[in-house]
Design a protein around this ligand. Structure first.
Ligand code: NAI
Ligand code: MG
Length: 391
């Protein structure tokens, strides 16, 4: 039987992940779920939010389903470390970043597809009143390098500063004292760019998207964005039926509300991908609907875009929307060639949304309080039950 590493993590991750497994089972997907420890609890008790045994399980079984984790700033992290581990050199490290780096999960896929009838869908004014564009964009975010690559300094060491000084533009900063200087780099490689751009074109071909857009800023970021665009132009020659578009990240954010329905697959560097995927997610229902996949050569991890929403952790019954997690589980099914079951679940989700009888609090635009249930909102479990009833 197929084995899936199940990592609920913290907060609402512990709520939505079991619900998604219930839906997977109801759709006829048979698997053994192997629980793996990840998150804040393990930082506090072991000084490591991503224990080696979890890495080993992923190494062995290759496919992970992940809820969400809680991260806190450095000082808070140090304070909450259990007393016997303090002053032993433990430093908090985000387990998601850790997973992405360890397994080189360099391709992040974030589909943003509007479900018909979702009250949270973006509405645009038209000549004849209002219209609801059919948004169906899939963001390919480079997950491991770029501006989030982590290569940065405040008060850079001398050899680093010296190396930077070899660039003519550094003369603008020649009078800035070293301890007043902070540098974050944006490193882009040909290898990773080629991998993600090719993956984007393959995805467009497989799922019949008409265009692939490189969303960067090559007129300013000539080197990094420029390299990505050049690679995209080369690769696009192999896909004559798919148009290659390129947009600038700033203009793209404006076009987000003007003509979002025109875009198919969009590729961007780490930070731009982060921005653009949140932007598109906002058009199709926000965090309750935003699903994602982190794909490496061998290992793949599927997770909702949202975090652990700690405020909701203790709600009984839970009220948060399980759809983002359920759609992430569908992406897992697609990845392991269980496309029919994935489609079955998506159709069930679509039916529930279109009927509009069962809605979680976010879909009713209510403030997230326990009493939303008295005001007609469905609980997390009721939403999952309704989806299951449509399968
Ligand atoms: P968050 O995504 O956890 O929650 C923000 C707000 O979005 C919530 O208060 C809630 O109003 C709404 N929301 C989130 N998920 C929802 C759902 N399924 N249904 C309905 N509404 C939902 O982000 P926040 O508050 O910035 O971070 C909380 C913690 O999560 C932090 O410790 C942060 O570091 C961590 N985090 C973890 C991520 C991950 O595990 N991938 C990603 C983002 C944040
Ligand atoms: Mg984000």
């Amino acid at each position: 039987m197929r084995k899936i590493v199940s990592m609920p993590g913290d907060g609402i991750g512990k709520v939505v992940l079991p619900e998604s497994i219930r839906v997977l089972k109801a759709a006829g997907f048979e698997a053994e779920y192997i629980h793996a420890d990840i998150g804040w609890e393990f930082w506090k008790t072991e000084g490591n939010a991503l224990p080696q045994r979890t890495i080993d399980l992923l190494e062995e079984h290759k496919i992970g389903l992940f809820g969400a984790i809680t991260s806190k700033p450095k000082d808070a992290a140090a304070e909450e470390l259990s007393p016997e581990l303090r002053d032993k050199g433990f430093v908090y490290f985000s387990p998601i970043v850790g997973m992405r780096q360890h397994f080189n999960l360099d391709i992040c896929i974030r589909p943003c597809k509007a479900f018909k009838g979702n009250p949270l869908n973006f509405i645009r004014k038209s000549n004849s009143g209002f219209e609801e564009p059919e948004v169906d964009a899939v963001i390919f975010r480079q997950n491991t390098e770029g501006l989030y690559g982590g290569i940065e300094w405040t008060n850079p060491p001398k050899n680093v500063r010296d190396a930077f000084e070899t660039h003519p533009k550094m003369k603008n900063f020649k009078d800035t004292p070293n301890d007043e200087l902070a540098i974050s780099t944006r490193i882009v490689t040909k290898k990773a760019s080629t991998r993600i751009i090719r993956a984007a074109f393959e995805y467009a071909k497989k799922y019949n998207y008409k265009n692939v857009t490189i969303c960067e800023k090559p007129n300013v970021l000539r080197e990094t964005s420029g390299m990505m665009l050049k690679i995209a132009r080369e690769i696009s020659d192999e896909y004559p039926d798919i148009d290659l578009w390129d947009t600038n990240i700033d203009a793209q954010m404006m076009w987000l509300t003007k003509n979002p329905e025109d875009y198919g697959v969009i590729v961007a560097e780490n930070m731009f991908g982060d921005i653009i995927s949140d932007g598109f997610a906002g058009l199709v229902g926000g965090l309750g609907f935003a699903c994602s996949a982190n794909i490496g050569d061998e290992v793949a991890v599927f997770e909702p875009t949202h975090g652990s929403a700690p405020k909701y952790e203790t709600f009984d019954p839970p009220i948060i929307n399980p759809i983002a997690m359920i759609l992430s589980a569908c992406m897992m099914l697609d990845h392991i060639q269980e496309k029919e079951k994935a489609q079955k679940i998506r159709v069930a989700v679509a039916k529930v949304i279109e009927e509009g009888k069962v809605k979680t609090y976010d879909m009713m635009k209510l403030r997230g309080r326990q009493d939303v249930l008295q005001n007609g909102a469905a609980s997390t479990k009721e939403m999952a039950d309704e989806i299951i009833s449509k399968l």
